[in-house]
Design a protein around this ligand. Structure first.
Ligand code: A3D
Length: 320
């Protein structure tokens, strides 16, 4: 059987890392696309040349032509610009919306059967716009944010409790921005919910509140340190986890920016929710119950995402 084809639209910091991870994990043949001439070609050749030492097979092609993504099984989109210190993700909206139009049209023309994972910010609005521009089915277009935000939360929790991060599960839902909702009640260490661990004296409510806030600010913390761009190792790893769930029909339960129509009281919008990813893309949105406080935080986040979608429609009337 032929190897799956993975098209990476955007060959910048995240795109290059995605290609390297896909190579090491032998997920398939990789095409790196970018408008910058030489960048995708150089990164593809560099990664191919790491194959003999690392011991992976596969073909790696860099290109500036959408024809080369033809028939891709998975497209991961990072095309656009990242933020710099002092910028919010929402400041990227105008410029990245134009990029989503050209990427959506390219995918529609050349890879209409792909499972598409969007990473470009502001995430929830961009994945919505990308779906509109590409016209692909909603279950095949998804945004990566919750896996990353949850991984950050898990990392901080594992450090706090001095346990393996493998035993820490955590859920961060809502929009990928300042209003994201780390769900403490649904996060556990070895199945023990965080509120129980506070009662057991493993940590205090104050320390937990600080970890929740650090999770919300996780992206900005890295932007502040790097100064020249935003995080790329963990974002790439998170998207590869989603791609692998699709390619290997793993039916993973992962928080993603998915199209929700009915579940969680939402009507036809993209926002971070628990999903199941398998061979059919987003196979299910998990309709979890939230308590009053959680629902209020989620509603606030949903309102922020809706505001960004309205801003997209104001910029590009063809989306209205
Ligand atoms: P960067 O290293 O600048 O790479 C972006 C690439 O996109 C560059 O190589 C550009 O040449 C290319 N590009 C620009 N316009 C086009 C176009 N029209 N078609 C094709 N390629 C184009 O950025 P990055 O890789 O660090 O980040 C990429 C995006 O991911 C940014 O929007 C970030 O804000 C976003 N991001 C999202 C998360 C989430 O968790 C959702 C995390 C980190 C970064």
């Amino acid at each position: 059987m032929a190897r799956p084809k993975i098209a990476l639209i955007g060959a910048g910091q995240i795109g290059g890392t995605l290609a390297h991870l896909a190579a090491i994990k032998e997920l398939g043949d990789v095409v790196l696309f970018d408008i910058a001439e030489g960048t995708p070609q150089g990164k593809a050749l560099d990664i191919a040349e790491s194959g003999p030492s690392e011991g992976f097979d596969g073909s790696f092609k860099g290109t500036n032509s959408y024809e080369d993504i033809a028939g891709a099984d998975v497209c991961i989109v990072t095309a656009g610009v990242p933020r710099k210190p002092g910028m919010s993700r929402d400041d990227l909206l105008g410029i990245n919306l134009k990029v989503m139009r050209s990427v959506g049209e390219g995918i529609k023309a050349h890879a209409p059967n792909a499972f598409v994972i969007c990473i470009t910010n502001p995430l929830d609005a961009m994945v919505w716009a990308l779906r509109e521009f590409s016209g692909l089915p909603h279950n095949k277009v998804v945004g990566m944010a919750g896996v990353l935000d949850s991984a950050r939360f898990r990392h901080f929790l594992a450090t706090e409790f001095n346990v393996s991060m493998r035993d820490v599960t955590a859920f961060v839902l809502g929009g990928h921005g300042d209003t994201m909702v780390p769900l403490v009640r649904y996060s556990t260490v070895g199945g023990i919910p965080l509120p129980d661990l506070i009662e057991m004296g493993w940590t205090t409510q104050e320390r937990m509140d600080a970890i929740v806030q650090r999770t919300r600010d996780g992206g900005a913390e890295i932007v502040g340190l790097l100064k020249t761009g935003s995080a790329f190792y963990a974002p790439a790893t998170s998207a590869i986890e989603m791609a692998e769930a699709y390619l290997k029909d793993q039916r993973r339960l992962l928080p993603c920016a998915a199209y929700v129509d009915g579940a969680l009281g939402l009507k036809g919008m993209y926002v971070g929710v628990p999903t199941i990813i398998g061979a059919n893309g987003i196979e299910r949105v998990v309709d979890i119950k939230m308590n009053k406080d959680e629902q209020a935080m989620f509603d606030k986040s949903v309102a922020a995402v809706s505001g960004l979608v309205e801003a997209c429609k104001a910029i590009d009337p063809s989306l209205a």
